[in-house]
Design a protein around this ligand. Structure first.
Ligand code: HEC
Length: 106
């Protein structure tokens, strides 16, 4: 009896996890949909955007030394001409898109 309950419990967790994963978009998908227009496909904005919006490339020293937590805060609350994303996309999507953005520095 207890064994089958444990099995059902594990099954329920597995289902809820896979549901959560397929619901949240991957960092790459969020980045391409919501961030790429300003930050560029490779984390480097095109020169026009960089000039008008003041977007810095991921390779800039000041951006490279910014921690993941600070980037999540900047994305959630807005920075310069970037609108706050909090409430527009989920916290998990903010985090995963920031992680994807950071991965472009390598
Ligand atoms: C409308 C253009 C625009 C969009 C869309 C945009 N950003 Fe930004 N982003 C900016 C600007 C402008 C800054 C401020 C640059 C500065 O002042 O140094 C910035 C700053 C940042 C920073 C802080 C580090 C830095 O570059 O100075 C991060 C991290 C960041 N954006 C991530 C994101 C993510 C993740 C998304 C998508 C969810 C996103 N941005 C979408 C324009 C944009």
């Amino acid at each position: 009896m207890s064994k089958s309950i444990r099995f059902l419990f594990a099954l329920a967790i597995a289902f809820s996890l896979s549901g959560a994963l397929s619901f949240a978009q991957s960092g790459e998908a969020v980045y391409k949909a919501k961030c790429q227009s300003c930050h560029g496909a490779a984390g480097v904005p095109n020169p026009g955007i960089a000039k008008i919006m003041g977007v810095k490339p991921i390779t800039a020293a000041a951006v490279k030394t910014t921690s993941e937590a600070e980037m999540i805060k900047a994305t959630a609350n807005g920075m310069g001409k970037m609108q706050p994303f909090k409430g527009k996309i989920s916290d998990a999507e903010i985090k995963s898109s920031v992680q994807y953005f950071r991965s472009l520095a390598k």
